[in-house]
Design a protein around this ligand. Structure first.
Ligand SMILES: [Zn+2]
Ligand SMILES: [Zn+2]
Ligand SMILES: [Zn+2]
Length: 129
């Protein structure tokens, strides 16, 4: 009868839980720009003033908004009930979003799962306040 032997398993599950909570908090700059950032960083024309997909459903209950750097799709963040920005990435594989919040310029890459600022990038558009 031994009570030892499961320490490694417990450590592993603690580690993955820790990584998950880190990933959830990463909606802010933490790293160097990734390789997906294009040389032409001109911001696309936003699809609208709110989450395109929520508005299509007649809803406006998002928390924060994100802008797809590739096509200008405006989607709601992962703290919003429907997470349309992430849904847009799953549908299109467009890797980069920028914050669509006033005063925020950071980028997020879904492929690299990294947030960062890009020195010299034009300011991110945002919805009117
Ligand atoms: Zn990337
Ligand atoms: Zn939405
Ligand atoms: Zn897109």
């Amino acid at each position: 009868m031994s009570v030892e032997g499961s320490t490694g398993c417990r450590a592993a599950s603690r580690l993955s839980t820790g990584l998950l909570s880190v990933a959830r908090r990463l909606e802010r700059p933490v790293a160097e720009p990734c390789s997906h950032v294009p040389s032409d960083m001109t911001a696309p024309t936003p699809s609208g003033d709110g989450c395109e997909d929520c508005l299509a459903m007649g809803e406006r209950n998002w928390v924060h908004l994100r802008l797809c750097q590739e096509c200008g799709h405006v989607g709601c963040c992962d703290n919003s009930p429907r997470r349309h920005a992430t849904g847009h990435y799953r549908d299109t594989r467009h890797p980069l979003i920028r914050s669509f919040e006033p005063g925020e310029d950071w980028w997020w890459c879904y492929v690299d799962e990294a947030g960062f600022n890009v020195p010299g990038a034009p300011p991110a558009p945002s919805y009117p306040t």
